[in-house]
Design a protein around this ligand. Structure first.
Ligand code: DX5
Ligand code: ZN
Length: 220
C-alpha cells in the first residue's frame, strides 16, 4: 500500500477548462487537490477567491487542501470551512498568534497546516509542532507556479523530520514548489509525506500518467 501522497496544484490548470482538469484529477491516482489562494499583498500575485473555490469544490472528489498566501488569515477561517476545505494551511509569516489560529482552524473541523517561506527556519515551530497536522515547506518563493526548486529544501525537510521525531508529534510534511519526478524520491527520503506538483502535472501532455509516475517514484 502506498503511503506518500500526491497533490496536484490547480494553479497550473487550464482555467478555461477547469471542470475538465478537475475531473482528470478525480479520475487519476492523485490524493489531494492543492488550491492556492493569493491576495496580492502577502505574495506579489492574485490567484482566485471564494466563488472559484466554491465552483471547484462542487466537483472535487478528493481531499481539498487549501494553501492560504494571504495576510491575516483568521478573518476567513470559517468561510474556507463552509466552502468545503478539508485542510487549511496558513503561513507562519502571516500569523501574529499562530497557536490561536491553529485552534480556530481545528474548531471548524479542518486539519491545520502551517507553511514556511524558504527563508524561515523550522525552529520557529518548536513550541507549536504538536498542534500542527501538516507543515508545508515552500521549496520556491510563494506567489507563482513554474519556478525552480530550491536545493536547501532537502536539508530543511530533514531538520523538520528530526524536530517532529524529537517532539513525538504526528505532523506530516508537505513540499510545495518545483516538484518533479527528479527530486521526488530525494524529498521522500528526507522525510516528505505529501508532494504538491503544479506545472509538472498540468504542462505535461499525459497528465494522469504523470501523476501515476510521480506517485510511483515517491513510493519506490
Ligand atoms: C506557489 C504555490 C504552489 C505552486 C506550485 O506559491 O504555492 O502550490 O502552484 O507550482 P509548481 O509545481 O509549478 O512549482
Ligand atoms: Zn501551494
Amino acid at each position: 500500500m502506498s503511503s506518500k501522497l500526491i497533490a496536484p496544484s490547480l494553479l497550473a490548470a487550464d482555467f478555461a477548462n477547469l471542470q475538465r482538469d478537475i475531473e482528470m484529477v478525480n479520475e487519476s491516482e492523485a490524493d489531494w487537490f492543492h488550491i492556492d489562494i493569493m491576495d496580492g499583498v502577502f505574495v506579489p500575485n492574485i490567484s482566485y477567491g471564494m466563488p472559484v473555490l466554491k465552483a471547484i469544490t462542487a466537483y472535487t472528489k478528493k481531499t481539498v487542501d487549501v494553501h492560504l498566501m494571504i495576510v491575516d488569515p483568521d478573518r476567513y477561517i470559517k468561510t474556507f470551512a463552509d466552502l468545503g476545505s478539508n485542510i487549511l494551511t496558513v503561513h507562519y509569516e502571516a500569523c501574529t498568534h499562530l497557536h490561536r489560529t491553529l485552534q480556530a482552524i481545528k474548531a471548524e473541523g479542518m486539519k491545520a497546516g502551517v507553511a514556511l517561506n524558504p527563508h524561515t527556519n523550522i525552529n520557529v515551530l518548536e513550541d507549536v509542532i504538536n498542534d500542527i497536522d501538516i507543515v508545508l515547506i515552500m521549496s520556491v518563493n510563494p506567489g507563482f507556479g513554474g519556478q525552480s526548486f530550491i536545493e536547501n529544501t532537502y536539508f530543511k525537510t530533514k531538520q523538520l523530520k528530526d524536530l517532529i521525531t524529537r517532539k513525538g508529534a504526528s505532523t506530516k510534511i508537505e513540499i510545495d514548489g518545483g516538484v518533479t519526478n527528479k527530486n521526488a524520491k530525494k524529498l521522500v527520503d528526507a522525510g516528505a509525506d505529501i508532494l504538491v506538483a503544479g506545472s509538472y502535472v498540468f504542462k505535461n501532455s499525459n497528465q494522469p500518467e504523470t501523476i501515476k509516475d510521480l506517485k510511483a517514484v515517491a513510493n519506490s
